[in-house]
Ligand binder design. Structure first.
Ligand SMILES: Cc1ncc(C[n+]2csc(CCOP(=O)(O)OP(=O)(O)O)c2C)c(N)n1
Length: 668
């Protein structure tokens, strides 16, 4: 035997229970390999040889502590007692499985089991654990969260961001690195230069330890001790578990690149065989008992498999597919502005656009004690645009949180907060910087509900747009990057009152909402803002003017350009529609506007090609063709990056071509 075990105070019964937990995923996997060869399941990422990590670590946590597993962590799912027949259904893509056939293998989670499903991108899992741990910390609960990564995944920026945030915020998170020697075919020598990954813990101001990942009792004892330490000291911890991947990256990809001697060496360290042998040596089990346990496990697997394969055939129902993209919104119209009494509206003082955002955020913080704000410099400094100035004094630094410069981790943390029943608002310092948080938004937040029914109660505020000579990286309009992604709601107010009401509605909505706020409007636009707490419904456009000659369908700064143009041309009857929400679009309002005029200009500050205007024009072409007297015309900004010089920027912006474009449309 190559391994030594220290049972400490574990009873015989407990040791046998742990053996069963370890054996179960191994025997399931052995069965899966047979099924794979028979073509009864598709892809399989094997964790054979690594089971002691998943099983030991999960056994060490309380059952209501969230785990963020990856593709080789079957042992997490089985140790959390997820019914095996339901797991089989998941792997077959059955409609009655956890992800209703929409996700593969381990890309799903279960709130009941406190398991958060991975996305393929690996690293994003880590920051979700930060958010969960933050929720525990805010509520003073003695709980941890635990996230897994392979050594390959530690090369991702997400690893750095998540560990750094956990350290800076003193979050009780356990980060487990399963160092199995290879990331697909890439050996550790081509993955990192440090001697061991745990050395990095020091760089984060974090404690860490490297252990034998094949020794079940080492893993269990270490993680249990670390768990208690994290709870007591309110700090994160890094554990590097040394192990080996005994099969290919996935079953179809082979192992040619692995020297055969390594397999021989690690076969001797097999976690199941060693533990089993030791239990026999110390006479907790004998050969008959082992045989009986194996037979009992085999029968349980066969039975679950039979049940799993009894699943009815998948029937695609388009309405159901579409309905699951978003979580249902309850009580959406409870505080609808249109229901305010005239007195409430009439006492509305004249305020700036920025005040609308600020008031909406302030009242939401009062209304939702579980709402947490996160962003760079948003606390004492009040944010780059001073929207949260003073918030920290009223709501405290726990709920108004400065963040390190790490957009991806903060979006991930927002999702983690949501898993634990919080609402989260993240302020992008500039909408341009969303690029470094893009993956978390479009792949994690957006797809979550459709994939496994969880909701991401997150609002991301996006200070956007040009007009202030700020150049290519502080002026972009990037809403179209997100309108294309199913699962995100996109709001874009243009008036102070809408800014407040739409922000409150976004925060009340349990789905991820991107809230675009045009920086050039912050202090340039004023209007009445009712003092009351109210919402402007998401998905409803605003008829700015009713006209007969030409429709201008627009949003954001475009609304003000259109209004100014109409004021300058009192002889032309202009119909102006402010979309307010870009996803979902208020197609009824669009149709009504087209019906009134028969001539449509779609106007936006975003660049032309691939902008939302193309989508609106296509929709009008498909649905309102007979109402049109002229082709739908788009007026958008130039297909170039946004230049810095004010002259160049003016030329870039759609507004500079608006007059000529409208004249062309009217003359058609
Ligand atoms: C962002 C991203 N890049 C590449 C991949 C493809 N890929 C999937 S798993 C994997 C190897 C991961 O290695 P490691 O983190 O060591 O985990 P292991 O598979 O060894 O358990 C790669 C390259 C991916 N899923 N996501």
């Amino acid at each position: 035997m190559t391994m030594t075990f220290d049972r400490k105070a574990l009873s015989d019964e407990r040791l046998v229970g742990m053996y069963k937990s370890l054996l179960f995923p191994r025997m399931i996997e052995e069965k899966m390999l047979i099924l794979l060869r028979q073509g009864r399941i598709s892809k399989w990422f094997s964790g054979i040889g690594q089971e002691a990590i998943s099983v030991g670590a999960t056994l060490a946590l309380d059952k209501d502590e969230w785990v963020m597993p990856l593709h080789r962590n079957l042992g997490v799912f089985t140790t959390r007692d997820m019914p095996l027949h339901e797991l089989f259904r998941q792997w077959q893509g059955s409609q009655d499985a956890y992800s209703k056939g929409r996700e593969r293998s381990f890309h799903f989670g279960s709130r009941e089991h406190h398991i958060c499903g991975m996305i393929s991108h690996l690293g994003p899992q880590l920051a979700i654990a930060d958010g969960v741990a933050l929720a525990h910390k805010l509520r003073g609960e003695g709980k941890v969260s635990m996230a897994f990564t392979g050594e390959g995944g530690t090369s991702e920026g997400d690893f750095h961001e998540a560990l750094n945030v956990a350290a800076v915020w003193d979050l009780p998170v356990i980060f487990i690195v399963e160092n199995n020697g290879y990331g697909l075919s890439t050996p550790t020598s081509e993955q990192y230069r440090c001697e061991s990954i745990v050395d990095r813990a020091k760089g984060y101001g974090m404690s860490g330890v490297r252990i034998d990942g094949n020794n079940l009792l080492s893993v269990y004892d270490t993680v249990r001790g670390v768990r208690d330490w994290c709870v007591e000291h309110q700090k994160p911890f890094l554990i590097e578990c040394m192990t080996f991947r005994m099969r290919g990256h996935e079953e179809a990809s082979g192992t040619k690149y692995v020297p055969p001697a390594l397999f021989e060496e690690w076969a001797k360290k097999d976690p199941v065989a060693n533990f089993e042998q030791w239990l026999m040596e110390i006479e907790v089990l004998d050969e008959d008992a082992v045989k009986a346990i194996r037979e009992e496990t085999r029968l349980a697997i066969e039975d679950a498999l039979r049940q799993g394969f009894e699943s009815p055939a998948t029937v695609a129902v388009t309405e159901d597919e579409l309905a699951d993209v978003f979580a249902p919104v309850e009580g959406a119209d409870e505080f609808d502005l249109s229901k305010l009494t005239p007195e409430e509206v009439s006492i509305a003082p004249e305020k700036r656009f920025i005040d609308g955002i600020r008031d909406g955020l302030w009242q939401s913080m009062e209304r939702h004690p579980n709402l947490v704000l996160m962003g760079q410099d948003i606390a004492l400094y009040g944010g780059a645009f001073k929207i949260t100035d003073g918030f920290v004094f009223r709501f405290g630094p726990a709920r108004v949180r400065n963040t390190p410069i790490c957009e991806s981790a903060i979006v991930g943390a927002a999702l983690g907060l949501s898993l634990e029943g919080h609402k989260a608002m993240m302020e992008m310092q500039f909408a341009d910087f969303v690029t470094v948080g893009f993956n978390q938004i479009v792949n994690n937040l957006a797809k979550l509900h459709y994939r496994w029914g969880e909701n991401a109660d997150v609002v991301i505020r996006m200070p956007t747009g040009a007009g202030v000579g700020a150049g290519p990286f502080h002026s972009q309009s990037n809403e179209a990057w997100f309108t294309h992604v199913p699962g995100l709601k996109i709001v874009y107010p243009s008036t102070p009152a809408d800014a407040k009401g739409l922000l409150i509605a976004a925060i009340n909505d349990p789905n991820p909402v991107m809230y675009f706020e045009h920086k050039a409007l912050y202090r340039a636009i004023s209007g009445p803002i009712p003092e009351a707490y109210y919402t402007v419904p998401i998905g409803k456009a605003r008829q700015v003017r009713v006209g007969e000659t030409v429709s201008i369908i627009t949003y954001g700064a475009g609304v003000h350009w259109a209004t100014a143009w109409a004021d300058e041309h009192p002889d032309i009857s202009v119909d102006i529609l402010d979309l307010r929400t870009l996803q979902p679009l208020d197609v009824d309002a669009i149709r009504e506007s087209v019906a009134r005029t028969g001539r449509v200009l779609v106007l936006h500050e975003d660049t032309l090609t691939g902008g939302l205007g193309g989508e609106i024009a296509a929709w009008i072409g498909e649905h309102c063709f007979q109402l049109l007297d002229a082709p739908v015309i788009r007026c958008a900004s130039l297909d170039t990056p946004i230049p810095f010089s004010l002259e160049l920027e003016k030329n870039f912006l759609a507004r500079s071509r608006m007059d000529a474009t409208l004249r062309g449309l009217l003359a058609y």
